[in-house]
Design a protein around this ligand. Sequence first.
Ligand SMILES: [Zn+2]
Length: 282
Amino acid sequence: MAHCPICTSRTDSRRLGGRFFYCPDCDFHFADLDALPAGGDAAVYDAAYYQRGSSLLDPLIRAFTCWEQKHMLSVVRNCRRVLDIGCGAGFLTQRLQQHGAEAYGVDTSSAAIALAAQKVDPSRLRCGTLAAANFEPDFFDAAIAIHALEHIPDPVAFVTEVRRILKKDGVFLFRIPNFASWEAKVAGDRWYHFDYPFHVSHYSPQAATRLLQTSGFHDVRVNHAAAEYRQTLLYSVLAALKVPLPLWLKIVLLPLQTVFIPLSWLLARLGNSGTIEVVARK
Ligand SMILES: [Zn+2]
């Protein structure tokens, strides 16, 4: 038995090998924290975490990331002071700074902050949780959290803190995996974004919307056209067929991914993309 972190109702529905609870009211999967490997976040997010998947494909992936960040940057283009939550190695923080924003970054990993400090003004970086950073209230015009919420076991406290440090009408934009997507359903716990024990919260668009409304945000919009992680649709099909995916096979399959790009686009148009971008206002 557990309490849903979003709506607090009790649930004893266990899924995904018993490692997650499910709240049917919110359509939200949350990890059984007692079953997580010992050591906690600080132990698992070391320097190696930020170099995971480093490969010959990195320059290509980086170029694609820059292209697909264009929409996100357009959402915050008029925002002066912007916070990058879970900034990791600081690629987006740097991009925001290049676009004229007073860009801040926060991350729980000292390894990540050390990498970010090579790219952006170190005085605007904080190592620790968002709450521990203790920014002034009504400080930011926008806060961005790219693939951070799925790592957080207490999302209401987190989103409430984001709301506290945003100015009135400030923008909160985040991206998360979409656990209601076709590719997630097909692949189950072999899904690219399942990523246990790093990912402890799995949202549907309904769960994300409820989280924001519960925390006092308004004008919630869910965008299914986030052009990122195009490879995951192909990987989900292979996971469903129980095909292992070593790096050499990923490289061999690269041309095949181009076939899946139109399929990803079609699923996004149908409101069923593998990741979603959620935008709301304080
Ligand atoms: Zn709930």
